[in-house]
Design a protein around this ligand. Structure first.
Ligand SMILES: [Mn+2]
Length: 273
């Protein structure tokens, strides 16, 4: 397994569980701390300099582990289940563009569907899910050449009312070849009976992991048992990224330092052998 952390490209983000600040400074620190990759949350895929980003990643020797997209929802209201058809079409265009960027910048080629999946907005859940599937199918049809894997992330009930539990997400991953599950340990502590057992349940469908404590601080600053989490991931044969998506307290430097130290405590003996 490899370790990354989530970085928000926008300075004025409303999302708190993310590292902000100068990209050079962050890449430099992450490289020094031993991170393998960085996950970048891009608010607007039409608004970034792909070449510049690519040369920065090369300069610091960090991989792009995934592109996350939640800031498109928070900044532009991008939602794949939006009740307005125009807005849904806009959201689909965003995701096709994310996929294009991901296929050029990342050998893993993962794009996260987090908050941008949207909400029920008063509709029955089945209807909203049907709309989500329709949007997803359009995205998949139009990104066949890019080959991107879309990561559907179960998110806790306080942030959305569609796809909260691991079980909700398994159905989609079963159905679509290029859809996998993103397990987020923080959301799991709220939604799943046991976050540890949920890992076994999601098993082969897991494509990516977000790591944060029950309080959304860095691994090591809360109540989760990271040894058990890593044991469970190893047991199902997971070999992908664990990406730290935590509130940068007491500072982002400390969050990044404690987070990787905690994970390495259980990963490193295995990585070195
Ligand atoms: Mn997450």
């Amino acid at each position: 397994m490899r370790i990354a952390a989530v970085y928000a490209l926008s300075e004025e983000t409303k999302f708190e569980a993310v590292v902000k600040g100068s990209l050079d400074k962050i890449l430099n620190l992450m490289r020094d701390l031993g991170y393998d990759g960085i996950e970048i949350n891009i608010p607007n895929p039409f608004n970034i300099d792909v070449n510049q980003l690519s040369s920065k990643l090369n300069e610091y020797g960090l991989e792009l582990s995934a592109i996350s997209t939640g800031l498109s929802y928070l900044s532009y209201g991008i939602s794949l289940t939006h009740s307005s058809k125009d807005m849904r079409e806009k959201a689909i265009k965003f995701f096709i563009k994310y996929s294009e960027i991901s296929s050029t910048l990342s050998k893993y080629n993962y794009v996260v569907i987090g908050l941008a999946r949207g909400k029920c907005e008063g509709r029955p859940k089945s209807e909203a899910l049907k709309t989500l599937r329709e949007s997803l199918e359009k995205i998949l049809e139009n990104t066949e050449d890019y080959g991107t894997i879309f990561l559907i992330e179960p998110i806790n009930r306080y942030e959305t009312d569609i796809i909260n539990t691991i079980e909700d997400s398994i159905q989609l991953a079963r159905e679509y070849r290029r859809v996998k599950i993103l397990l987020d340990t923080y959301h799991m502590t709220i939604e799943d009976v046991s976050p540890y057992n949920a890992i076994l349940k999601a098993g082969e469908y897991i494509g990516y992991v977000h790591a944060a404590e029950n309080n959304r601080l860095a691994p090591g600053m809360g109540m989760l048992n990271w040894e058990l989490i890593i044991c469970r991931l190893l047991r199902i044969g997971y070999q992908g990224y664990i990406s730290i998506e935590a509130i940068p307290k007491p500072s982002y430097e400390e969050m990044l330092r404690v987070g990787i130290k905690t994970l390495n405590q259980y990963l490193k003996p295995r990585r070195d052998s």
